[in-house]
Design a protein around this ligand. Structure first.
Ligand code: UGA
Length: 428
C-alpha cells in the first residue's frame, strides 16, 4: 500500500517507520526544510529508543520518503494520515489550526480514486466532521474521499513497541471502505480492533488520557494522606492496584504528570465540558492535584534542605525521552531560582533542551556524580534507570550534606537511612 503521513513528531515518525517496515511505501510530509533534510539523512530529530535504527533501515529500502510537497505524495496514496500537533490555547482549548491548514493542502491534490483521510492527531469531538466539510469545499469536483478517526495511544519512550503491540486499534468511521482499508493496513499489528463512529473515536482518546491522569492524581492525592498519617504510599497503592478492577498501572505517586499529552488533553476535556455545560469538577481536581504534587514537594525542600546548593537529577517529563514539554522539572527549577537556590542539573538526554530555556541561570554537569559534588541536597525529578543503579556511597562522599529529596520514590527509605542519608520521598 502507499500511504502518506503528515507530521513527523512522536506519532507521525514512529507510525511512518513501522508501516514502512511492514513493506508499505510511506511518504512523510513536513513543513520545515531543515528538519526534512535531517530526516532524509537518517537523523530522527527526537530521542526515542529504537527509532533511529528503524528510520535508517527503511530509508535504505527507499520505502520511506520525506518531502515538503503535497502533490506526489497525496496523489499516490490510498490513505493519508494527519499526525500534527494540537497544542493548548490559553483557555485550554485544543488549537486545531495546523490540522485545518494541512487538510486544505490535502484537498487540493486529491485524485479521482478514493482516498481515506485518517486523523491521528488528538482532536476535539466534531473535528473530523469539520475536516470533511473543509475538504469538500477545497477539493476538485471529481476527487473522492472518506474520513476516519484513528486515535493514537503510543507513549514516548516506548513508542516503537507500543505501535507494534497496542492494546487496541480504534477506527472511527461511517465508511465501510475506510474501515476495511485501515484494517488491511493494520493487519500486521497486534491488539483488539475497535470499530466505532467518529465521535466515539475522538472521545475514546480524551477519555483514555484523562483517566490515566486521574489515576496519577489519585495516587498523589492518597500520598498526601500518607505523608500526614504515617502510612506508606507504596504499600497502600500496591495493595489497591492488586484489585484487578483497579489495576496497578499509573498509580505511581510523584511530582505529577507532564509531557505533551496528558496536561493538554485534561485541559481540552475541561474546555469541551464547560462549553457543553457538563460538570467538569472531577477533571478540574485532577489538574489542581497535579500542581499541588509539585508544590508540596517544593515546600518540603524549602523547609528541610540544609543549604542552598541543589543538585538535580532527571529533567525530561519521563525516562527514555528528551522531551521536556510541561516537564515537572521546568516548574520546579523556576521555583528553586525564585527561592534563591543555586542549581546544578544532569539528565542523560534532555540536558540541551533545558539549556535552551534556563541558559546561564543554572549549571550543567556531565555525570550524576559531577552534579552532586559539594551539593547541600540532591533532588530527583525523573526516574532514569541510571539513578536507580548509582553508587550511593560515592554520592554521599561527594555531597557536602547528605540530603536527598526523591520526587519519584526510587530508593528504599530503610537502605537510605543505613547509608546515612536524610532521605525525603513522596507519601512516606
Ligand atoms: C500518554 C499516554 O500514556 C499515551 O497512551 C498517549 O498515546 C500519549 O499520552 C498521547 O496522547 O500521545 P506519554 O505522554 O508519552 O503518553 O507519557 P505517559 O507514560 O502517559 O506519562 C505521562 C506522565 O505521567 C509522565 O510525566 C510520567 O512521569 C507521569 N506518570 C505516569 C506518573 O506520575 N505516575 C504514573 O504512575 C505514571
Amino acid at each position: 500500500m502507499t500511504i502518506t503521513i503528515i507530521g513527523h513528531g512522536y506519532v507521525g515518525l514512529v507510525t511512518a517507520c513501522v508501516f514502512a517496515d511492514f513493506g508499505n511505501k510511506v511518504w512523510v510530509i513536513g513543513h520545515t526544510k531543515e528538519k526534512i533534510d535531517k530526516l532524509k539523512k537518517g537523523n530522527p530529530i527526537i530521542y526515542e529508543p529504537g527509532l533511529k535504527e528503524l528510520l535508517q533501515k527503511n530509508l535504505k529500502t527507499k520505502r520511506l520518503l520525506f518531502t515538503l510537497q503535497y502533490d506526489h505524495a497525496i496523489k499516490e496514496s490510498e490513505i493519508v494520515f494527519i499526525a500534527v500537533g494540537t497544542p493548548s490555547k490559553e483557555n485550554g482549548e485544543a488549537d486545531l489550526s495546523t490540522v485545518y491548514d494541512v487538510v486544505r493542502n490535502i484537498a487540493r491534490f486529491l485524485k479521482k480514486d478514493l482516498t481515506v483521510i485518517a486523523c491521528k492527531s488528538t482532536v476535539t469531538v466534531g473535528t473530523n466532521l469539520k475536516i470533511e466539510t473543509i475538504i469538500k469545499k477545497h477539493k476538485n469536483k471529481e476527487a473522492k474521499f472518506v474520513i476516519a478517526s484513528v486515535p493514537e495511544f503510543l507513549r514516548e519512550g516506548t513508542a516503537v513497541n507500543d505501535t507494534l503491540n497496542p492494546d487496541r486499534v480504534v477506527i472511527g468511521s461511517e465508511s465501510k471502505k475506510a474501515i476495511n482499508l485501515l484494517l488491511k493496513l493494520h493487519q500486521p499489528i497486534n491488539g483488539k480492533r475497535v470499530i466505532v463512529n467518529l465521535a466515539s473515536a475522538e472521545l475514546i482518546k480524551y477519555a483514555s488520557n484523562c483517566l490515566l491522569a486521574t489515576k496519577i492524581s489519585f495516587a498523589n492525592f492518597i500520598s498526601f494522606y500518607c505523608q500526614k498519617t504515617g502510612a506508606n504510599v507504596n504499600h497502600v497503592l500496591e495493595a489497591v492496584g492488586l484489585d484487578k478492577r483497579i489495576g496497578k498501572n499509573f498509580l505511581s505517586p510523584g511530582v505529577g504528570y507532564g509531557g505533551s499529552c496528558l496536561p493538554k488533553d485534561v485541559r481540552a476535556l475541561i474546555n469541551i465540558g464547560d462549553r457543553l455545560k457538563i460538570n467538569t469538577n472531577l477533571i478540574k481536581a485532577v489538574e489542581e492535584i497535579n500542581l499541588e504534587a509539585k508544590n508540596n514537594f517544593l515546600k518540603t525542600i524549602i523547609k528541610y534542605a540544609a543549604g542552598k546548593n541543589l543538585a538535580i537529577w532527571g529533567l525530561s517529563f519521563k525516562p527514555e525521552t528528551d522531551d521536556i514539554r510541561e516537564a515537572p522539572s521546568l516548574h520546579l527549577i523556576q521555583k528553586f531560582l525564585d527561592n534563591g537556590f543555586t542549581i546544578k542539573v544532569y539528565d542523560p538526554v534532555a540536558q540541551n533542551n533545558i539549556k535552551r530555556i534556563f541558559k546561564e541561570m543554572i549549571n550543567y554537569a556531565q555525570t550524576p556524580y559531577q552534579t552532586v559534588k559539594n551539593a547541600d541536597a540532591l533532588v530527583i525529578i525523573c526516574e532514569w534507570n541510571e539513578f536507580k543503579e548509582i553508587d550511593l556511597k560515592k554520592v554521599k562522599k561527594l555531597m557536602s550534606k547528605p540530603y536527598i529529596f526523591d520526587g519519584r520514590n526510587i530508593y528504599q527509605p530503610e537502605e537510605m537511612e543505613k547509608l546515612g542519608f536524610k532521605y525525603f520521598s513522596i507519601g512516606k
